[in-house]
Every structure is written in structure tokens, then in C-alpha cells.
Design a protein. Structure first.
Length: 236
């Protein structure tokens, strides 16, 4: 049974109203992303508000908006943001990203997303969980386009996806002027194949070279030093 709340060092996340609970993917991306000190930041599919709150903690003065299609999740994200130390810099918009993006052209310096990614034929029994976890509601192609429109030139897009989805998503991004800047393949345990990939894309900057790395989460049954250092400002 999932916990109704999750405590971090400087904030707590209530999650009883959200289909998708706090998970390793979101914490990894929030800790890994190179959040700017200032500017405008958006979290696409904010859910509980976790990534938006992590971004606010890492920045000095950036304003952060969470965009969420589900009414219950949006309400819970508002609750979590208000209870955090950075509530005055955080907000939530309850909207489908496809309805939102054209009204916010070139507005954001940085965008994060832990998007829906399951594409299997077998779906979850609960409709909200399906929306949160399947690309039916937000295809990778649409996500790349929407983000590209919302980003300023030189803006950054950070995302975490299944490892096998990376090649097609990189192609989707390249087609809308988003070039891969940084990539970290995530290995759950020593000797295993990568399961996730974290990527940062930059808009309309073609001279950048890509930085590649690998992050192993567990070694001999214990959290690796690299994983511990990455998340030290968040995990208790």
C-alpha cells in the first residue's frame, strides 16, 4: 500500500488524491536537472507538484508553474506547494498541455517533465492512472512540440523516460529544434542494463556537444555514493 504522504528534508508531499505517487523517477529528475537560479520554469504533468517544488528549492528566485490535466491532482499540487517554503514562487494551472502551450509561446527558460510513458495494450483499471501513465493522453511527439513552442531560444527541457524510448524521443525533439545537450542512463543495479534515461535538450542552439554519463543506483544491495550525493538535499 502506498503512503498517503512522503517526507523530504525540507518539504512533504501529500499524495492521497493523485493517481501517480512519489517515485524514484521524479526524485531523480528533480535532483539531476540543472535548474536555473532565476527565470520562468514549468513542470508539465506536475501531479503531486513534486518536480515543481524541487525546482523551487534548487533555484534562488525562479517562478515555477505546474501544469496538470487532472482536477484532483491539481488541487493536491496546490496544497503541497502552499505548505512548502517556496509557496510564493509556485503555482498550478489545471489544463491540458495541448490547450496551454499556444498561449505561452517562448515564455519559459526551463521545462521539466516526468511524462506518461506506457504504450502497452494492457491498460490500468483506473482511468486516472491510465491518463497519468499512458502516452495515449500525451504522445512523445506532442510533448516535444508543445515544449519547443513554450521554451525561449536557448531554453532547456529536462525529461526522464524508459531507456528504450530514448531514440524515438530524441528524433521527435530534433524535429522541433531541440538538440540533446546532456544524457544520463540510469542503471538500477550494478551489472544490469539501463532502465531509464534522463535527458536535457536545448532549443535552437546547434553548436552544443552532448554530455553522456551513467548513474548506477544500487551496488551490492546498497545505494551508491553517486546516487546518495545526487539526492542528498532531498531524501531524509
Amino acid at each position: 500500500m502506498c503512503r498517503s504522504s512522503f517526507d523530504f528534508k525540507r518539504f512533504s508531499i501529500n499524495q492521497d488524491m493523485c493517481a501517480m505517487k512519489v517515485g524514484t523517477d521524479g526524485v531523480l529528475l528533480g535532483a539531476w536537472a540543472d535548474i536555473p537560479a532565476a527565470g520562468a520554469i514549468a513542470d508539465v504533468g506536475t501531479g503531486t507538484g513534486l518536480l515543481a517544488i524541487m525546482a523551487a528549492q534548487k533555484s534562488e528566485s525562479a517562478s515555477v508553474v505546474g501544469i496538470e490535466i487532472d482536477n484532483d491532482a491539481s488541487a493536491q499540487a496546490v496544497e503541497n506547494m502552499k505548505q512548502s517554503p517556496w509557496g510564493e514562487r509556485l503555482s498550478v494551472v489545471c489544463s491540458d498541455i495541448d490547450d496551454y502551450y499556444m498561449e505561452h509561446v517562448s515564455e519559459y527558460d526551463f521545462i521539466l517533465s516526468n511524462p506518461p510513458y506506457f504504450v502497452e495494450d494492457v491498460k490500468s483499471d483506473k482511468e486516472k492512472r491510465c491518463i497519468a501513465r499512458h502516452t495515449d493522453s500525451l504522445s512523445f511527439e506532442r510533448l516535444a512540440l508543445d515544449v519547443s513552442v513554450m521554451l525561449k531560444d536557448g531554453g532547456i527541457f529536462a525529461v526522464i523516460l524508459p531507456y528504450v524510448a530514448a531514440p524515438s524521443f530524441i528524433a521527435n525533439c530534433f524535429s522541433v529544434a531541440l538538440k540533446l545537450k546532456r544524457r544520463t542512463d540510469v542503471v538500477t543495479r550494478e551489472g544490469a542494463s539501463p532502465k531509464r534515461v534522463m535527458m536535457e535538450f536545448v532549443k535552437n542552439v546547434m553548436y552544443e556537444t552532448t554530455e553522456f554519463s551513467e548513474l548506477v543506483l544500487n551496488e551490492s544491495g546498497r545505494m551508491t555514493d553517486e546516487y546518495r550525493m545526487l539526492t542528498k538535499d532531498f531524501y531524509l
